[in-house]
Design a protein around this ligand. Structure first.
Ligand SMILES: [Zn+2]
Length: 251
């Protein structure tokens, strides 16, 4: 989650040159838009206030989806029709509402989650919904029950990615590292903007450790939870700024 209040969010995104500003849903024609990135990676932009980036990794006729936005419309259907595939798996970087909305369109057998994410998903307190001022989104999540779904653990099922614990933003956050393509998917552990470390399960100390961990990984590209894709140089400079900000306790 970037920040409560989508006006601030819009200002931030325009400022950082991230996803194009999209007006409220009444004025929108398309819920999702699709863009090809490097190698087999695609970005789906969910044109909802606050919504996270959604990444798709295509491999041998199968799609792995990482994060799912707010998804007022059927994310799975969008992916199936765009890529003409039926084999789709989904996983998450953490459980904030702006990353988990699309999960409801998937079957339990298609959802693969690290244990700590599965556990925190059960507790709506961890979804950061209390920061939402947008009534429509609140309504969307009010009756969303994901508790009854039997999620599978991701171990052994996401072979292309190494799952890296990324405590700090929240206590269940993870990142996905594709060593072969030198791509790191960071969720809200790194993006162009400023770090959010004010949730009740956030930790500044752990956030700094996670940022240092990222520095030591041999990545060329960061696919972040929000905003534009970062190359290594931009990522390292953002990391330095975030560490400074976290140490200065300005957040
Ligand atoms: Zn978040």
């Amino acid at each position: 989650m970037l920040v409560a209040g989508w006006f601030i969010n819009i200002l931030l995104r325009v400022k950082i040159g991230g996803q194009a500003y999209c007006p409220p849903q009444n004025f929108m024609k398309n819920e999702f838009s699709l863009k090809k990135l490097i190698n087999n990676y695609y970005l789906i932009t969910d044109n909802q206030p606050e919504a996270s980036n959604i990444f798709v990794y295509l491999n041998k006729g199968q799609a792995l989806v990482i994060d799912s936005g707010v998804s007022k419309k059927n994310l799975k259907q969008f992916i199936s029709s765009k890529f003409k595939i039926k084999k789709i798996k989904i996983t998450l970087t953490h459980v904030h509402f702006d990353h988990i909305g699309g999960l409801k369109y998937f079957k339990p057998s298609e959802v693969f989650l690290p244990k700590q994410i599965k556990n925190n998903l059960k507790n709506k307190k961890n979804w950061a919904l209390e920061y939402i001022t947008d009534k429509e989104t609140q309504k969307l999540f009010k009756n969303l029950s994901l508790n009854s779904i039997l999620y599978q653990n991701s171990e052994g099922n996401l072979k292309i990615f190494k799952i890296i614990n990324a405590l700090g933003h929240t206590n269940e956050s993870v990142m996905f590292f594709d060593k072969q393509n030198k791509v790191l998917i960071t969720g809200d552990s790194l993006y162009s903007g400023k770090p959010y470390c004010f949730f009740y399960n956030s930790s500044k100390t752990n956030f700094i450790k996670t940022l240092n961990k990222i520095k030591n990984l041999k990545f060329n590209y960061i696919l972040p939870g929000h905003g534009k894709i970062l190359n290594r140089k931009a990522a390292l400079s953002t990391i330095d700024n975030w560490i400074k900000a976290l140490k200065a306790k300005k957040l």
